[in-house]
Design a protein around this ligand. Structure first.
Ligand code: F3S
Length: 422
């Protein structure tokens, strides 16, 4: 037990007093605490659990989760799920075969038996019924959401793995190390941005340049606030600031391993603590141009025909769906368009008529999944376009597709014409 203090209740969980499911969870939380030198466990308010798609879990993952549920494990704090490999109500219409769908539904069933809410979204901070507050202790596994919670909200979470976030939810605690500690929230890289950063795609391109250089460092953006409108008082509907920052965090986590960034004068901790958040030994970098990022991310300049245009990585906010709906008014699509979002956001967008407008053009507002965790090969998708930095990185790697990357208008134009750049 060297170094890690456990209360009597925590020790009892570890000893199996609450059954094998809780014991398994406590073993994971304690093992991580010991590895990272934590002194104690702390209560969490919420868990976000990744590792939900059968595409990534495989049969071994399905069995692992089913066994945990059979052991009687149940979450004791609110917990939500990341996207899975298909939309719950539309997989048959999409032609997803039962040998993918059935195990995927078994995963969902195992999580449901453990009490996890079937939100299937990577944006638990948008319309999910729980918005973290500054200082809240969380156990979130979705890397883009981790960056958003730590940076934009000022909550505290490490980059949990899928099993460790679930374990934390089952015992209601996580080990206090990493981003739960003040000293680990100090910046080791100061970034000055000397080029325009205007669109969601630009923020994705910036995430490539900075993420590659940052590694695991916390980042201090010295002057990025100049390119951001004010954060809305209510984050859940999105808006230009939220949409840019969620794509920035997603890309920083994808191209680097960044879980926290501060923006001088803008994000909550930077506003309150100022440059005391910069470590004395911090490195410095200047971003003069995004041209190289666009060249690398838009890596397939000969690709013209697009099978799927994917908007919404991280899952689209209401404001992003509205933007797509406005662009598509009166147009007809030549290729498949997915706007991936949370089920709750889609319901709100349907109330406002945005879903109907996108569907009238021939597009789909897709819930529960995304173009990275869905089995695109089973859907006949070989080429894609996106305005999201993380999607441009992950979809070619995870789904073997060819990719074009550009701003929202370029993507939607490709959806209308079926060809990139026409
Ligand atoms: Fe979310 Fe899928 Fe992107 S899980 S962050 S939409 S890769």
């Amino acid at each position: 037990m060297a170094g890690l203090f456990l209360t009597r209740e925590e020790q009892a969980m570890l000893d199996g007093a609450e059954g094998p499911g809780v014991q398994r969870a406590m073993r994971i939380v304690v093992a991580l605490g010991r590895i990272y030198g934590a002194a104690e466990l702390v209560p969490i308010k919420h868990a976000q659990i990744a590792g939900v798609s059968y595409k990534n879990l495989g049969d071994a993952g399905v069995q692992f989760l089913s066994r945990w549920a059979e052991e009687g494990a149940r979450v004791r704090v609110p917990a939500t799920l990341n996207p899975m490999g298909m939309e719950r109500d539309r997989w048959q219409a999409w032609g997803i075969p039962p040998d993918f769908a059935q195990p995927q539904l078994s995963v969902l069933d195992a999580f449901a038996r453990m009490g996890v809410s079937p939100t299937m979204s990577c944006t638990p901070y948008l319309w999910q019924g729980y918005l973290p507050a500054r200082g809240d202790t969380l156990a979130w596994a979705e890397s883009s959401a981790v960056a958003f919670a730590n940076s934009v909200i000022g909550a505290r979470t490490n980059r949990e793995g899928g099993p460790s976030a679930l374990a934390a939810a089952i015992v209601g605690r996580t080990a206090r190390y990493g981003y739960h500690l003040d000293e680990e929230r100090q910046a080791g890289l100061v970034v000055e941005v000397r080029c325009p950063v205007r669109t969601v795609a630009d923020f994705g391109a910036l995430s490539y340049v900075v993420g590659k250089a940052a590694g695991q460092n916390v980042i201090w953006f010295a002057d990025l606030a100049a390119w951001l409108p004010a954060l809305p008082g209510e984050l859940t509907a999105g808006g230009p600031a939220v949409d840019r920052l969620k794509t920035l965090g997603a890309g920083l986590a994808a191209y680097g391993a960044v879980a926290l960034y501060h923006i001088a004068g803008y994000t909550p901790e930077a506003r309150d603590l100022g440059e005391s958040l910069i470590r004395p030994d911090a490195q410095r970098m200047v971003v003069e141009s995004l041209a190289e990022a666009y060249r690398v991310m838009d890596a397939d300049p000969d690709l013209r025909h697009i099978d799927l245009v994917a908007i919404g990585c991280p899952h689209a906010s209401l404001s992003e769906i509205e933007e797509v709906a406005r662009y598509l008014a009166g147009k007809t699509l030549a290729t498949r368009l997915w706007v991936t979002t949370a089920r709750a956001t889609r319901e709100r967008a349907a109330e406002l008529g945005y879903v109907q407008a996108i569907e009238a053009a021939g597009g789909e507002v897709v819930a529960d999944t995304c173009a990275v965790v869905a089995p695109l090969h089973l859907l006949g998708v070989r080429s894609m376009a996106t305005n999201a930095g993380k999607m441009a990185c992950y979809a070619p790697m995870h789904s073997g597709v060819r990719m074009r990357f550009g701003d929202l208008e370029a993507c939607l134009r490709a959806a209308v014409t079926g060809e990139w750049g026409s």
